[in-house]
Structure formats: C-alpha cells, structure tokens
Write a protein that binds this ligand. Structure first.
Ligand code: TYD
Length: 140
C-alpha cells in the first residue's frame, strides 16, 4: 500500500442532531462516517495548560480525533510536509491514517480529546522516536 501523506489527514464532518432547547448530539458509525471499524475509544482530559501530547506515529492504527469539549491543535507531519489543524467543534473529527507523526498542543482549559481508534492499544504499533519514524516512512 502506498504510504500515507499529510494530505490523507482529513477533517470529517460528522452528523449533528440539534434538539430544541436540549442541546446537540453526534452519532458515529463504523465504516460509514469513518473509514474503519472502531475497536477502542479513549479520551484525554484534565490536561494542564501548556501540556503537549502525541509526539509519535502509529504503524497500523487509524484514528478519528475529536474535540468533545474546548479546543486544541493537531500538527501532522509525514517527514516531507506538515499541516496544523485546529479542532474546536464536537461535530467535526480529524481522520489520521497510519504512519503520520502527530503532536497535540494548545489545549484550552477543560478540553476533552476523544479518540476513536481502529485497533486495541499495542505499544509495538508506536514509533516514539522521530528519526526512526522517518527512516521507516520513506524506505521503499
Ligand atoms: P500515549 O499514546 O503516549 O498518549 P499521548 O499520545 O496522548 O500522549 O499513551 C500514554 C500512556 O498511556 C502510555 O503509557 C500508554 C498508555 N495507553 C494505554 O494503556 N492504553 C491506550 O489506549 C492508550 C492510548 C495509551
């Protein structure tokens, strides 16, 4: 399979169901709104001001990252190009394919980062060293 680039990292508009005076809801279906089957959900919260998360890439994992509350930036990098996304609406998610270095920064107070993931947690799926990621990313 052709290696993914930052142009494969895309904002996906999710369904938004607004109820009169009762707030909003966003449902997400496997393979309908996102191009994978969800095997795991996790969320980041109580993030101190100035903290940065991510700083790694995944070999196989696909993810949808959503700001369930507040806002934060996701910087994606394929070793050739970088793009910065701001996530600040629960009805939009950022799709990340495998083999993309990501850094999550600028969390607002009370931000909640919701992640829908295609695989269970596996430390062997991570590149945590940027140079090692780059060596593997563009080898043919
Ligand atoms: P990590 O993926 O590095 O978090 P972030 O990119 O948000 O900074 O994970 C932080 C720690 O949590 C690490 O020790 C692995 C553990 N972890 C799990 O046990 N299960 C999970 O589903 C995830 C995502 C992380």
């Amino acid at each position: 399979m052709k290696t993914k680039t930052v142009s494969d990292c895309q904002i996906i508009k999710l369904p938004l169901i607004k109820s009169d005076r009762k707030g909003s809801m966003t449902p997400v279906y496997n393979n309908k709104h996102i191009p994978f089957q969800i095997q795991r959900v996790y969320y980041l919260y109580d993030i101190p001001s100035g903290a940065e998360r991510g700083g790694h890439a995944h070999k196989e994992l696909q993810q949808l990252i959503v700001s369930a509350s507040g806002s934060f930036n996701v910087e994606v990098n394929d070793g050739k190009n970088k793009i910065k996304f701001k996530l600040d609406r629960p009805s939009y998610g950022l799709y990340l394919p495998p083999m993309i270095w990501r850094e999550l920064k600028n969390f607002s107070g009370g931000a909640i980062c919701l992640v829908l993931a295609s695989l269970k947690y596996d430390e062997n799926d991570y590149f945590r060293n940027y140079k090692e990621f780059i060596r593997n990313k563009w080898k043919s």
